[in-house]
Design a protein around this ligand. Structure first.
Ligand SMILES: Nc1ncnc2c1ncn2[C@@H]1O[C@H](COP(=O)(O)OP(=O)(O)OP(=O)(O)O)[C@@H](O)[C@H]1O
Ligand SMILES: [Mg+2]
Ligand SMILES: [Zn+2]
Length: 157
C-alpha cells in the first residue's frame, strides 16, 4: 500500500507555533493564552503522532508572538511544549516553556479555608515540590496540589 506523504497543516506567515503539547491539552493551553479571540486565527491539531511523545497537540497562532511570561504558564499543563516564532513563513526563534520555582496568582488554592480564598486580598503563591508529575504546595496553608488538581484550579478557567 502506498503511504501518503504527511500532510502538514497550512503554514502561517507570522505568529507562533506551540509544538509538543501533551496530548489533549491544546484547549487548556488556548485558555491560558486567552484564545480564541475575535481577531486571531488559531489552528489546533490534537492527538497527532509524534516520534518523541507518542501523541501530541500543536497550536498555531497567527499574528501573535508569545511573550515568555505567557509561555511559562503553559508549563503547568504541557511541560514539554516548544515555542516556534514564525516570521515570513520562517522559524526565527525557538524556545521551551519554563516552569518557575514559584507560581504566583495564576492558580487558586483548592483548600476552601485557605486565606487566599477568603475576602482578604491575598495573592496566591505556590512552591514547586516536584516538576513531573507536577506537585505544588500552597505557601499559606501548605495544601498539596497534584497535576490533576492543578488543572482545575486556573483562575481564568
Ligand atoms: N510557517 C510555518 N507555519 C506553520 N507551522 C510551521 C511553520 N514553520 C514550521 N512550522 C511548524 O513548527 C514546528 C517546528 O518546526 P521545525 O521545522 O523546527 O520542526 P522540527 O524539526 O520537528 O523541530 P523540533 O525539533 O522542534 O521538533 C513544526 O510543528 C512545524 O510543522
Ligand atoms: Mg519535530
Ligand atoms: Zn492554600
Amino acid at each position: 500500500m502506498k503511504t501518503p506523504r504527511e500532510l502538514k497543516v497550512k503554514p502561517i506567515k507570522n505568529g507562533t507555533v506551540i509544538d509538543h503539547i501533551s496530548a489533549n491539552k491544546a484547549l487548556k493551553v488556548l485558555k491560558i493564552l486567552g484564545l480564541p479571540s475575535p481577531e486571531t486565527a488559531v489552528t489546533v491539531a490534537m492527538n497527532v503522532q509524534s516520534s518523541q511523545m507518542g501523541s501530541k497537540d500543536i497550536v498555531k497562532i497567527e499574528g501573535r508572538e508569545l511573550a515568555s511570561r505567557e509561555v511559562d504558564e503553559i508549563a503547568l499543563i504541557a511541560p514539554h511544549a516548544t515555542i516556534n516564532i514564525i516570521r515570513d513563513y520562517e522559524i526565527i526563534g525557538k524556545g521551551k516553556v519554563n516552569l518557575l520555582d514559584e507560581i504566583n496568582n495564576i492558580l487558586t488554592c483548592s483548600n476552601p479555608n485557605c486565606i487566599t480564598n477568603t475576602d482578604e486580598p491575598v495573592n496566591t503563591r505556590f512552591s514547586v515540590m516536584e516538576k513531573e508529575p507536577l506537585i505544588l504546595r500552597c505557601h499559606y496553608c501548605e495544601r498539596i496540589m497534584d497535576q490533576a488538581e492543578i488543572e482545575t484550579q486556573f483562575r481564568l478557567f
